[in-house]
Design a protein around this ligand. Structure first.
Ligand code: NAI
Ligand code: BGC
Length: 256
């Protein structure tokens, strides 16, 4: 498949985990890719080499997306890189575990600023670019099943992903006249470094997977496939939706 021939995508937070898999999947389908993270290190270098080996262009732009200015500016830098930007995947995200009554203002700010504020301003900058150049575009936000279902001890995380749910619904309507589509992907429990504590705790992992109808954790490739679909013209009439990639976790009920 060559669904993204001639297209350029920016994938935020793509040094590892779901973001790296999305970048690779888009490249495998013909996309040039701009990678991003807090810092450029051997993970970014390796991914650039992998993408170049496929025959696509790749570059890495450092930005801290918890800062609104850096999020906006990243889009401008990305556009300059290859002269255009067609697809924005807002993947970077963080979570902090704490009892609600112990959550600090710093942790609240980190989670909300990274998962919601930075996303808000990167989309705003992308939309300015599309409008200025009279081109359409595609935005995909990496939400979570926790835009919909509860996650005790992760109140700020749930608030940020719940906010993303409404942001996407709202912008789908406002941006449709400009041929800009926007959707959320909502993974369930996926094997990535964000879940390292869970993955290192055999008993807890067993309980989590028993609660998933498909009885396994998701893989980064499971998520990347849906991102590629939503980014492609196969999803030309899809906007304002959330696609759950969760092995059935969200709408799960079994009689005990
Ligand atoms: P991860 O921790 O492996 O990757 C997150 C990436 O975001 C890292 O590369 C990190 O450096 C980057 N990042 C964080 N803050 C940043 C900032 N301020 N500026 C630039 N980059 C920043 O985690 P994973 O699992 O790959 O998560 C990716 C997204 O998927 C997140 O938005 C997360 O909330 C979401 N998600 C993950 C699930 C899972 O089970 N792994 C399930 C549901 C959603
Ligand atoms: C969280 C993971 C969690 C998953 C399922 C994600 O949003 O980042 O830590 O395992 O949801 O609960």
């Amino acid at each position: 498949m060559n669904r993204f021939k001639g297209k350029v995508a920016l994938v935020t937070g793509s040094s590892q985990g779901i973001g790296a898999a999305c970048a690779l999947r888009l490249a495998k389908e013909g996309c040039d890719v701009i990678l991003n993270g807090h810092k450029f290190d051997e993970r970014g270098e390796k991914l650039i080499k992998e993408i170049e080996a496929i025959g696509q262009k790749a570059t890495f732009l450092v930005a801290d997306l918890s800062q609104a200015y850096e999020a906006s500016h990243l889009i401008e830098k990305a556009v300059k890189q290859y002269g255009k930007l067609d697809i924005l995947v807002n993947n970077a995200g963080v979570e902090k575990r704490a009892d609600f009554w112990e959550v600090t203002e710093d942790d609240y700010d980190l989670v909300m600023d990274t998962n919601l504020k930075g996303v808000f301003f990167s989309i705003q900058s992308f939309v300015k670019h599309c409008r200025k150049n009279s081109v359409g575009g595609v935005v995909i936000n990496m939400s979570s099943v926790h835009e919909e279902i509860v996650f005790p001890h992760f109140a700020a995380y749930c608030a940020s992903k719940g906010g993303l749910k409404m942001l996407t619904r709202n912008l789908a309507t406002e941006l449709a006249p400009f041929n800009i589509r926007i959707n959320n992907v909502a993974p369930g429990a996926v094997s990535t470094p964000i879940n390292k504590d869970l993955l290192n705790n055999k008993e807890q992992l067993e309980r989590v997977t028993q609660n998933i109808p498909m009885r396994r954790m998701g893989t980064v490739e499971d998520v990347a496939g849906v991102v590629a679909f939503l980014a492609s013209d196969d999803a030309a009439y899809v906007t304002g939706s959330t696609y759950f990639v969760d092995g059935g976790l969200t709408y799960h009920y079994e009689e005990q």
